[in-house]
Design a protein. Structure first.
Lengths: 249, 482
């Protein structure tokens, strides 16, 4: 599904990604862990297509297409969803409106008819239940006045509605209390299926006890220095990044 | 659109593209302004003596006045002697005969705005006979209003058919010498609308200039007078989202509203005059004086405006709250792109007890546009318990435009409560990226954010206007980002 080959990228003058290789297949859940400044968020932004992140080398293929040939909105319509570490506030725009526009943008892209309000509302209500969110969320402005936990739930709600092929979740667990973490994890687990893939970016092992990854990668200084199965996350928890980084050096 | 790229003088020298009402002779007065010109205008319109005297008084006052320079706008000096103040209706000979002859770019804009097919021809200036039978629509409409006792006609008709009403109310809200442009308007105004709602009548339909024949063609110096008698109610719609072409660069309109006891007037405007090209060439100067008086107790006047066009907008729809418990409202969206200049806002003058006013202003600037909110809230000594709430928000698109806020607050009664909130924000790259990452195109993302910003004002517009206004904003801001 996603093939990253020797990806290098910079932000302004600083070289952040220094050659990343990663393959994610349908049905897999990958966790990317690493200390602050290792390039985790940059990797997400580059894959999402944000301005200001300059790709200086390497290739990325998504479903057989050159990712860098696609605009950010095209990547989204093709099925990539980036769960933001800091979801953005959009005053005056109702949550339900954004959800519906996004949903229909995808349908249009696939040549399907747009959903009518009634059908759509039914779908969203179901997803709200999973996320243990009140219906009033739909009528609030996107992320405006939401607590940190509510914002993250809202990201996962969008993911459940849009059903992406590839979900890139950037520190979705940060700022969540234990109950919220459970709800968010439950939402993500709902999306797991044979034809989807999930990439979790996180600092902490605790998320991974709720969403069990098939693969864990350690990112340090713009490179993946170690990959393994879920036991690698436990090892990290015990020894810290420091031990692994030294071992790799 | 080549006619718009010429300078003021050339433009004002031309004859009107659109004519006025049908009783005008096919004749043009030479450029220039003096008492003889005013006498000639009044004579051609067969006006009664009181109208001529009123015009002359206004003219004499105008001569003593100076063109205002306090607004945050810049334009070359206008040569008022180069303007022809009376022109015969344009003949249909040089008008396009059908839509096939109309600039395809203009048609494309109509398409985007969702203007109904039968209206496109009229807006594009296609010869009226070839357009559609507007007469029958108007007749049905007039019958229905007649049954309710509502008078809705052109100003010229009102002068002939209801001189006593005109004489009683004309200039009582905006006196002929009120300001430079209002005085000029009073001296030379050509036509406009007149509305009278009798006591206790709720006007059975929205009054739209759309239904008044020739309403689109009232041109340069338009004058509107609306009187709502005790306990009456009227909603009036002015303008149109479609881009309006006009050869006259200077527009100086006056609107007067009068609400007596328990009466309510809602006045909605969508203004989309030609704004000039990307470099600011051409475009209409829209210098308008709009004021309403809540004369009666418990009366209410509400202004809602969407200002999207014109090269320069100078406009402050105001409310004088004389009656106790009267209410004034101002809801505004003003959007400027490219080189547009906007200096707009409102005045709320609280005279009566327990008077209340609300001001919600949303300014959007893009390109190299400058957008100023200028508002006065004045609470006089007798306005016991008066309250005002002002919210004034600016949204910037890009980094070459400007937003300015000039709030003036004068409070002479200690029991008054005045609140003012103001924000300035920019459409953030992070907002755009967030929406794009959800599959929404950049253009739709901008529209979504802008419409969200304007929501409170659009909510005040009549339903069909609100939908058009959203489309209008999208078209006005095309290419503003990215």
């Amino acid at each position: 599904m996603l093939k990253i080959n020797n990806l290098q990228a910079r932000v302004e003058a600083a070289e952040i990604l220094k050659g990343i290789d990663l393959e994610v297949k349908a049905g897999e859940v990958h966790a990317i862990m690493g200390p602050n400044g290792s390039g985790k968020s940059t990797l997400c932004q580059v894959l999402g297509g944000r301005d200001g992140y300059e790709v200086t080398g390497g290739t990325v293929e998504f479903m057989g297409k050159d990712l860098f040939e696609l605009e950010p909105e095209e990547r989204a319509r093709e099925g990539i969803l980036l769960g933001f570490q800091y979801p953005v506030e959009i005053p005056g725009v109702k949550n339900i409106y954004l959800l519906k526009e996004a949903y229909n943008a995808q349908r249009k892209h696939r040549g399907e008819p747009e959903a009518d309000t009634f059908q759509f509302l039914k779908l969203v209500r179901e997803k709200l239940k999973t996320m243990q969110m009140d219906e009033s969320f739909l009528h609030r402005a996107v992320n405006v006045g939401f607590s940190g936990g509510e914002k993250k739930r809202n990201e996962i709600l969008q993911m459940l509605v849009l059903e992406p092929k590839l979900a890139l979740l950037d520190e979705t667990d940060s700022g969540l209390d234990i109950d919220a973490l459970k709800v968010v994890s439950e939402g993500v687990n709902r999306l797991r299926s044979q034809d989807r893939a999930i990439v979790l970016v996180t600092h902490y092992q605790r998320l991974l006890s709720h969403i069990e990854p098939d693969f864990v990668h350690v990112l340090s200084d713009g490179r993946i220095i170690k990959s393994g199965d879920k036991t690698l996350a436990h090892e990290l928890e015990r020894n810290g990044y420091h031990g692994i980084i030294e071992e790799a050096a | 659109m080549s006619t718009h790229s010429q300078d003021v003088e050339q433009l004002v020298k031309r004859e009107y593209k659109y004519g006025f009402s049908t009783d005008i002779d096919q004749e043009i007065l030479p450029p220039g302004l003096n008492e003889d010109v005013i006498r000639a205008i009044s004579a051609k319109k067969h006006e009664p003596e009181f109208m001529l005297n009123w015009r002359l008084e206004a003219y004499r006052h105008w001569l003593t006045m100076k063109e205002p320079s306090w607004a945050h706008v810049h334009y070359p000096k206008i040569d008022y002697q180069a303007v022809s103040y009376y022109a015969a209706p344009k003949s249909d000979d040089d008008a396009p005969k059908s839509l096939d002859e109309v600039d395809p770019k203009l048609l494309e804009t109509y398409e985007k705005l969702g203007i109904p097919l039968h209206e496109r021809a009229r807006l594009a200036g296609v010869a009226v006979d070839a357009v559609f039978d507007s007469v029958s629509v108007t007749t049905t409409f007039k019958e229905k209003l007649g049954e309710a006792g509502v008078i809705f006609c052109s100003f010229s008709e009102a002068v002939h058919n209801h001189p006593e009403l005109v004489q009683k109310y004309l200039g009582t809200v905006v006196p002929s010498g009120d300001n430079y442009f209002a005085a000029l308007n009073a001296a030379v105004f050509s036509d406009g609308s007149f509305v009278y709602i009798p006591k206790g009548v709720r006007c059975p339909m929205e009054l739209s200039t759309y239904f008044r024949i020739n309403a689109m063609d009232t041109g340069q110096f338009e004058r509107t007078l609306i009187i709502a008698e005790e306990g009456s109610h009227v909603s009036y719609l002015e303008g149109c989202t479609a881009p309006q072409r006009d050869r006259n660069q200077l527009h100086a309109a006056v609107v007067e509203l009068i609400a007596l006891d328990d009466a309510e007037i809602k006045y909605s405007t969508v203004q989309n005059w030609y704004p000039g090209d990307e470099e600011g060439k051409g475009g209409i100067y829209n210098f308008v004086t709009k004021r309403g008086e809540c004369r009666g107790r418990n009366s209410k006047i509400s202004w809602t405006q969407v200002e999207a066009g014109s090269a320069i907008t100078w406009k402050y729809p105001s409310c004088v709250l004389l009656g106790d418990n009267s209410v004034g409202e101002f809801y505004s969206v003003a959007v400027g792109n490219n080189m547009q200049q906007i200096d707009s806002g409102t005045k709320m003058i609280h005279v009566g007890k327990n008077t209340r006013s609300t001001i919600i202003s949303k300014g959007i600037s893009a390109g190299r546009a400058n957008n100023a909110y200028r508002g006065l809230v004045k609470i006089l000594g007798g306005a016991e318990g008066a309250r005002n709430y002002t919210q004034c928000d600016s949204l910037l698109l890009g980094d070459r435009c400007g937003a300015h806020t000039y709030p003036y607050i004068e409070v002479k009664n200690p029991s008054a409560q005045v609140e003012h909130e103001a924000t300035t924000s920019k459409i953030g790259d992070d907002q755009i990226f967030y929406l794009k990452q959800r599959g929404i195109s950049e253009e739709d993302a901008v529209n979504m954010i802008v419409n969200g910003f304007c929501k409170e004002v659009f909510g005040e517009l009549p339903m069909e206007f609100a939908v058009e206004a959203q489309a209008l904003l999208a078209v006005s801001l095309e290419g503003a980002v990215g």
